[in-house]
Design a protein around this ligand. Structure first.
Ligand code: GDP
Length: 202
């Protein structure tokens, strides 16, 4: 049975004013370009072409919102690490992701990290952004993607090393779409975060 009842594209936002209403719960997916983020979104949401939208030319630099259930959303953020350089990327991104972070609905980040590459500078930049001084940190869960490319002992090693590097900044798990590694675990974490509703006072 599908864990998520829906799975539909809502909107590609180029500016905070285009974000959907700040109701319910949402989880943002971030990762370096080619990390496997779209594949992870499709596998976790059990909608094989859901994240295709984020790949259409013109939408790759936008925040793409998908609905997985009533007032339960995922937000696909642009992949980082290519071409334009970190500074140019940061300038395009910063106002959008800062606005995202200000939303009541945002429950945390799923960060997709290629298990063969490990944490990159871009990932570290986002981890720092998620844990600003003097403010409550945003919850982060790391998916070590493409784990099928590693043998068992390599996969165990990268998981241990990543957990050690992350410390209490994030949780982490192995993930592979073709081998179906960790899909259930990722779905459970996502569902728990999306169900963690904040209710207004009556
Ligand atoms: P994105 O740019 O981060 O959205 O990455 P994609 O989801 O488009 O994946 C980039 C490439 O990695 C594609 O060729 C995918 O088929 C491949 N890929 C994604 N996930 C996996 C995985 O779990 N295992 C393997 N072997 N390849 C994967």
């Amino acid at each position: 049975m599908s864990r998520f009842s829906q799975g539909r594209f809502l909107i590609s936002a180029a500016a905070p004013g285009q974000f959907p209403p700040d109701l319910g719960a949402e989880v943002a997916f971030v990762g370096r370009s080619n990390s496997g983020k779209s594949s992870a979104i499709n596998a976790i949401s059990q909608r094989h072409a859901l994240a295709r939208t984020s790949k259409t030319p013109g939408r790759t630099r936008l925040l793409n919102f998908f609905e997985l259930g009533t007032h339960q959303r995922i937000v696909d953020l642009p992949g980082y690490g290519y071409a334009t350089g970190p500074e140019a990327e940061r300038l395009t991104w910063q106002p959008l992701i800062d606005a995202l972070k200000g939303r009541e609905s945002l429950r945390g980040l799923f960060m997709i990290v290629d298990s063969r590459r490990g944490l990159t500078e871009g990932d570290e930049g986002l981890l720092a952004w998620a844990d600003p001084p003097m403010r409550a940190p945003l919850r982060v869960h790391v998916l070590l993607s493409k784990a099928d490319k590693l043998n068992r002992s390599e996969a165990g090693k990268v998981l241990r090393e990543t957990k050690a590097a992350l410390g209490d900044r994030a949780s982490a798990q192995l993930f592979s779409v073709p081998a179906k590694t960790g899909i259930d675990e990722a779905q459970r974490t996502l569902a728990a975060w999306l169900e963690d509703k904040v209710f207004d006072d009556p």
